[in-house]
Write a protein that binds this ligand. Structure first.
Ligand SMILES: [Zn+2]
Length: 287
């Protein structure tokens, strides 16, 4: 059964560790993440972007695949199926499609409109027991062509959104999506500290977890980050392992072209990346 991310994140905040959100793209990705979570007895959040939702034939297909896979693999750890960076319409569609958690990214709206839309979604998600993530201060990255330092959220705006009753809050603290450029200035712990002081118990979310040095991740967890999103890193490890398999000519040996063989090294590479992250975030054994 899929669960809301609320309990797992409140526990993480109290216990000073973080739960990983790992984005899924297909069956192999989903299975690799679920199996690793079960092996490590860690709670997990499966992230789905709107683009990945379309790629997998719609949110309902995703809900069906994940729900059935959890049963088939006898997964006993808490699993949340979460919409990543949802539009207003996409968020509503995922609520209807049976997701157990959603993110409404209203960060590109003026703050008043972000508040009004978030408020409406708070009511809708609460009525259905679904967790809701909101965002303040946009998180840069290659998606929107921003290179260099990510934006920092206004702590007072964070408090305004947190007070609406969202489950968890993503705030820009200099983090960015995708690979970090060489001239990146690092996370703004000053901003994070100010946000955490104003928002209290609210679990905070760190996006763009790929390539942030381990010591910064640990410090962010100390300062109230309870959910860390990992996407690009699994893609890079999957691609590297698949490239190696083909470059070594393994697809030409015997039935090495069979997709179940061809995708195996990439599958194992995702598992290794997820394990490494869960150990770093401290969520192992917390299910
Ligand atoms: Zn993000």
């Amino acid at each position: 059964m899929l669960v809301s991310a609320k309990d797992m994140l409140n526990k993480a905040k109290k216990g000073h560790y973080a739960v990983g959100q790992f984005n899924i793209n297909n069956l192999e990705w989903t299975r690799a993440i679920l199996e690793t979570s079960e092996e490590l007895k860690s709670p997990v959040i499966l992230g789905v972007s709107e683009g990945a939702g379309k790629y997998m034939c719609g949110f309902k297909t995703v809900t069906a695949m994940v729900t059935e896979m959890v049963k088939y693999l006898n997964i006993t750890v808490p699993v949340a199926l979460h919409l990543d960076h949802g539009t207003y319409e996409g968020t509503k569609a995922c609520i209807e499609a049976g997701f157990s958690s959603v993110m409404f990214d209203g960060s590109h709206y003026p703050i008043d409109e972000n508040i009004a839309k978030t408020k409406e979604l708070v009511e809708e998600t609460k009525a259905r027991g679904i967790s809701l993530e909101a965002e303040v201060g946009s998180i840069g990255g290659e998606e929107d062509g921003v290179i260099g330092a990510g934006e920092c959220a206004d702590p007072n705006e964070c408090k305004m959104i947190a007070d609406l009753g969202v489950t968890m809050l993503a705030a820009g603290i200099g983090n960015i999506h995708g690979k970090y450029p060489a001239n990146w200035k690092g996370l703004s712990f000053e901003t994070l500290d100010a946000i955490q002081k104003l928002t209290g118990d609210m679990p905070l979310v760190l996006h763009g977890g790929t390539g942030i040095p381990d010591d910064m991740i640990k410090k962010a967890i100390d300062l109230g980050v309870s959910k860390i999103n990992v996407n690009t890193e699994c893609q890079l490890s999957f691609a590297a392992a698949t490239r190696k398999y083909i470059e070594e000519g393994k697809d030409l040996e015997g039935k090495g072209y069979d997709p179940r063989k061809l995708l195996k090294p990439g599958f194992e590479a995702i598992k290794a990346t997820v394990k490494e992250k869960m150990e770093l975030f401290g969520s192992v054994g917390k299910a």
